[in-house]
Design a protein around this ligand. Structure first.
Ligand SMILES: [Zn+2]
Length: 233
């Protein structure tokens, strides 16, 4: 099935006129009886320079790691992206902003999935920050620099003095993965300055995510729940 790109030309009552990008294909489908279409809205915005640079930088990092020329990898990555999302053919020279946003998200998820090292430069400008914090926790990468070397999990909200560090319900804390150096920086400058500098906050995780990261066992989670029940009585 084809997906068309079109440009809105006119609206009159409930009749709209669209200019379609591939009229030959469109007509051949009309002849085969395809006369109903779904429309997906896009704004007129084109991708930004930062998005274009980020997409090319990520394609380069992936190609480099997997041992392909950039051009070859670009084609297969775009095909994979289109197969998953259903987006029509697009060009990184002039595609719509939302397509570029989705394509960059696909590239970022791909790198996390396949453990591909990539530069985190501009990531906060081009990718969902909360998702970045989450992916870094799950894949144990530093949220600031992306390294996988000596990554530690930080509680953004201070674990109070005098509180038993071994008796922490991690579900109540905003967590973030930081390498040893950025973790050190966090404690040196403090949570507030750190968040201001790097523009992200920790995220709370679901029970099963906490367990699969090895932060708590199901037994510990049940014990905390039991404790809360007793306190609320
Ligand atoms: Zn780091």
């Amino acid at each position: 099935m084809n997906i068309y790109q079109s440009e809105l030309k006119n609206v009159k009552g409930d009749l709209i006129t669209l200019r379609v990008n591939d009229i030959q294909m469109f007509q051949s489908e009309l002849k085969r009886g395809y006369i109903a279409y779904d429309l997906t809205p896009h704004t007129a915005d084109k991708l930004s320079d930062i998005q274009r640079r980020k997409a090319y930088a990520m394609i380069h990092d992936i190609a480099d790691y997997e041992g392909y020329p950039d051009d070859v990898k670009k084609i297969t990555l775009k095909e994979q992206f289109r197969a998953i999302t259903g987006y029509p053919k697009f060009s990184l020279s002039d595609c719509k902003k939302d397509v570029a946003t989705a394509f960059i998200a696909f590239l970022v998820e791909y790198c996390f999935e396949y453990d591909i090292p990539f530069r985190f430069k501009d990531l906060t400008n081009t990718f969902d920050t909360q998702r970045q914090v989450f992916l870094c926790l799950v894949h144990k990468r530093c949220t600031v620099c992306g390294t996988t070397e000596s990554v530690e999990i930080n509680h953004e909200d201070t674990v109070g003095n005098g509180m038993n560090r071994n008796h922490i319900d991690h579900r109540n804390h905003r967590l973030e993965a930081l390498c040893h150096w950025h973790h050190f920086e966090f404690h040196t400058v403090g949570a507030e300055s750190f968040a201001k500098k790097y523009h992200f906050h920790g995220v709370k995780l679901k029970d099963e995510e906490i367990v699969s990261l090895g932060l708590m066992s199901w037994k510990q989670i049940r014990e905390f729940d039991e404790e809360y029940r007793r306190e609320n009585k």
